[in-house]
Design a binder for this molecule. Structure first.
Ligand code: XBP
Ligand code: MG
Length: 248
């Protein structure tokens, strides 16, 4: 009996990475006087590491090794990341980053059916509240019983910590929940917590290994804009609804 839906944020609620986080990182580098530029391909490589601060450190270790032993490295990364988060939340305020197909519909269906809603994400909490606020309105923050985000757990995805934290706060067991993810790191995290998972892919994750996912879809779909089923079955449905979830 499913009692809660737990959503990843980046790539799942909204396609935020290529045209949201990536330009925000680049603008923060520019503002700091650094000539670093993460193009679409390089960012796709760096996405192997979750967490913006961890991603910057990964970039430095791989591409700017002269900096990696700098005594102020942690402070420099933290300052860069704070600047990036400011820029990213301002970008969200422009409304240029919409929710993915079917997300608002499924959230509303679940809410009306009395299911609990939760978020389990690697991204910074301010990014979550900004995305929800600018896409669904301020009241939507109250839709989610739990928002587990960013540094509140010691290990980020693919570690299961953030999903285990969400389960604990929900006071539910893994088999009472369903997770929605977009990436291999995310799937490893939710499966690591024992939670059945639906994947919606995006440009960066289309070739990821989604072994163990209950469903792999192009997106959650809309009645007038059906989704593609890449693994599993929606039976005769053309988009994912609560009925389809009940059959998983
Ligand atoms: C995706 C991430 C985040 C974002 C950047 O999180 O790994 O790090 O790429 O956001 P998820 P921050 O898919 O779990 O939502 O810079 O705030 O980390
Ligand atoms: Mg994601």
């Amino acid at each position: 009996m499913i009692k809660a839906l737990i959503f990843d944020v980046d790539g799942t609620l909204s396609d935020t990475e290529r045209d949201g986080h990536r330009p925000a990182f680049n603008q923060a580098f520019k503002q700091t006087g650094l000539d670093w530029r993460w193009d679409v391909a390089l960012y796709g490589e760096l996405l192997a590491v979750t967490g913006g601060k961890e991603r910057i450190r990964f970039f430095i270790e791989r591409y700017k090794p002269a900096l990696k032993n700098d005594v102020n490295l942690a402070d420099m990364i933290a300052e860069l990341h704070q600047a990036k988060t400011r820029i990213y939340t301002e970008l969200l305020a422009t409304g240029k980053i919409p929710l993915r197909p079917g997300v608002k519909r499924l959230l509303q269906e679940a809410k009306e059916a009395g299911l609990k809603l939760a978020i389990a994400t690697t991204t910074t909490p301010e990014n979550v509240t900004a995305l929800l606020n600018y896409t669904l309105g301020e009241d939507s923050l109250n839709w989610f019983e739990v928002i587990a985000a960013g540094d509140i757990v010691p290990a980020k995805k693919p570690a299961p910590d953030i999903y285990l934290c969400a389960l604990k706060k929900l006071q539910l067991s893994a088999d009472e929940c369903l997770a929605f993810e977009d990436s291999e790191n995310g799937l490893k995290s939710s499966l690591g917590a024992g939670i059945k998972t639906v994947i919606t892919i995006n440009d960066y994750t289309v070739n990821h290994d989604f072994t163990g996912a209950a469903l792999v879809l192009s997106d959650l779909g809309e009645p007038e804009n059906p989704c593609q089923v890449l693994h599993g079955s929606l039976y005769r449905e053309r988009y994912l609804s609560l009925l389809g979830l009940a059959k998983l």
